[in-house]
Each structure stands twice: as C-alpha cells, then as structure tokens.
Design a binder for this molecule. Structure first.
Ligand SMILES: [Mg+2]
Length: 309
C-alpha cells in the first residue's frame, strides 16, 4: 500500500516541471528522472495539487475514517495555503476542484459541491482517489463503488468521473494482491458493470472491455480529461515492465504530465511495491518525511481496521 501512495506522489513530482508540454516537445527532450523548475519554476521534487489532495484525503481517513465532508474541509485548508503543500504555497489547481471547494466554503449543501456537467470531467478526483481505494479495499464491490462515487462527487459529480474513480478503486486492491493487470481489469470491469448507465458505456468502452491496453500510442492521450487519464495509466502500466518505466512513459505522453504520472504511479506502485520506486526519486521528494509519515499512518490505520471488517 505504501508503494501505491508514495508511487503517486513521486509520479506527480516528476511530471510537474513539464506539465502542459506536448508529446512532440517531450520526444525531443524526454524526461528520464528528477528535474526542477520548468512550468512552475519549482525546485526539484516539488509535488502539486494532485498530491496535496491525496494527502488531505489520507489525513482525513487517518483522523476521521470515512467522512467525505471532513475531506472537503481539509481541501479548503489546502486551498487557503494552510496545509498539505510542499513549500507552503498553492501553485497549481484544477478549475473544477477550485469551483467545488469555493461552493463548499460559501455554504452550499453537500449535493451541490461537485460539478455535474459533461465539461466537469477532468482528472481531479481520479488523481486523489488512491487513499480511499486502499481504505475501502476489504468492502464489497458495491460498497467500494458507492464510496468512490461519493468521494469523487465532492469535486467531480458527473457519472463519468465517478465511474472512473470507482473502476480505479476496484482495480487497485487486485493489483495489490498481485493479480496480472489484464485479469484485474476485467474483474474491476465486471464489478462496475451494473453501475454503468447506457450513456457512459460509449465513453468508457475501451476501459470496460480492456482493449485500451492494445491501442497504439497514437491513440493514447495524456490530457486532463478523466477518461484519457485513466486510459493512459492503464496503457502505461500494461505496456511497460516496471514502476520507473511506466511513470516516465506517462510523463512523456505530454499534456497533463503530473496527473497522468500520479495515477500511473499509484497503479504501478501498487503492482510493484515500495521498493520498485527508485531511491533517487524518493530522496528528491520535497518534504519527504512529511509525505512518508502521512502515507505510513494511513497504512497503519488500514491495517488496524482490517480485522474488524
Ligand atoms: Mg498538478
């Protein structure tokens, strides 16, 4: 489980300096390890909103168990620059996430925080769902789906974003158990199927039937659209032989490099474990002890809870 959480933060940090670069730019100058500066002029190892929201979610689970409004309260303290940042500053935030947190802070009722329009399907809930996936891993598939959809909905309440989160939450526990990826994908898909409305079967088709892993790279995008992000992460995990290679491949797809790498890092971190993360990448991580502390506390909390569920 530690590999999954740290793998996500490390992937985010590696992708930050080249966020928004095109695939063409990156193929001329591919990322091969830790860099600094670039897009946001941050020091090497700086992680972004992806990890901030993942850590806030983890912290909420550690202190309060399953309590979605408490997660939202913590997202607000992050947005206000009071917690969950590597250097005390918020330098990157998705539009849908910002709008949702602002609605929350203005007193809107819980059902109205997350955007529900088709254009609200960015990858902003998928990038922070891993701690919840780990926390709910011993529950029934239907409960996993319900919790993931609710937690996605804090900021991303369109069914497409919610279903991508639910799929990922069904998949991660199987990856942790060492299932081969394609078998885990088909099991996750089978468990998700009863919850997929007709209108979402088309957009999610390549994920649900597993065919995305066989697509040529020209048909894989690293954009901020939640379906692109999940497809790209599955593709990198399936077509690269290690955590390290999958995360670099995710970044070098271009566009939303930090988030594609964060989601790919969570999945391949779960598949290959903590020791597959290059030590040099962990060493470079900003506020490394803090990040590791939060991740370790969540893993301890889950281990304590497991026998009771
Ligand atoms: Mg980011």
């Amino acid at each position: 489980m530690l590999g999954c959480l740290l793998g996500s933060v490390v992937g985010d940090a590696l992708g930050v300096p080249v966020e928004f670069r095109s695939r063409e730019q990156l193929s001329a100058d591919p990322v091969t390890g830790v860099r600094g500066h670039g897009t946001y002029d941050q020091p090497p190892g700086t992680w972004s909103d992806d990890s901030s929201l993942l850590l806030a979610t983890a912290d909420s689970l550690i202190h309060n168990g399953y309590d979605p409004p408490d997660m939202m309260a913590r997202f607000l303290t992050w947005l206000q620059g009071q917690a969950y940042t590597p250097h005390g500053k918020v330098f990157d935030i998705g539009i849908a996430t910002r709008s949702a947190i602002l609605r929350y802070s203005q007193g809107a009722p819980a059902g109205e925080w997350g955007g529900r329009e088709e254009r609200d399907n960015g990858n902003g809930s998928l990038m922070r769902i891993a701690p919840l996936s780990l926390f709910t891993r011993a529950l029934s598939p239907a409960e996993i789906v319900r919790c993931s959809m609710e937690v996605s909905g804090l900021t991303h309440a369109h069914p497409r974003s919610q279903l991508c989160c639910a799929y990922f939450s069904l998949l991660l526990p199987l990856a942790l158990l060492g299932w081969p990826l394609e078998r885990a994908m088909s099991q996750a898909s089978r468990h998700l199927a009863p919850f997929v409305p007709e209108a979402e079967r088309g957009p999610l088709a390549r994920i649900l039937d597993g065919s995305v892993v066989e697509a040529p790279v020209s048909e894989i995008r690293g954009s901020g659209y939640v379906v692109h992000c999940l497809e790209a992460s599955l593709w990198c995990a399936a077509n690269e032989p290690s955590y390290e290679r999958a995360v670099l491949a995710a970044i070098n797809l271009g566009e939303d490099t930090d988030t594609t790498a964060a989601v790919t890092g969570a999945l391949t971190g779960a598949m290959y474990g903590r020791r597959a993360i290059p030590e040099a990448w962990l060493r470079a991580l900003a506020s490394r002890e803090y990040v590791e502390g939060v991740c370790e506390r969540l893993v301890d909390r889950i281990d304590e809870e497991m026998p009771r569920r």
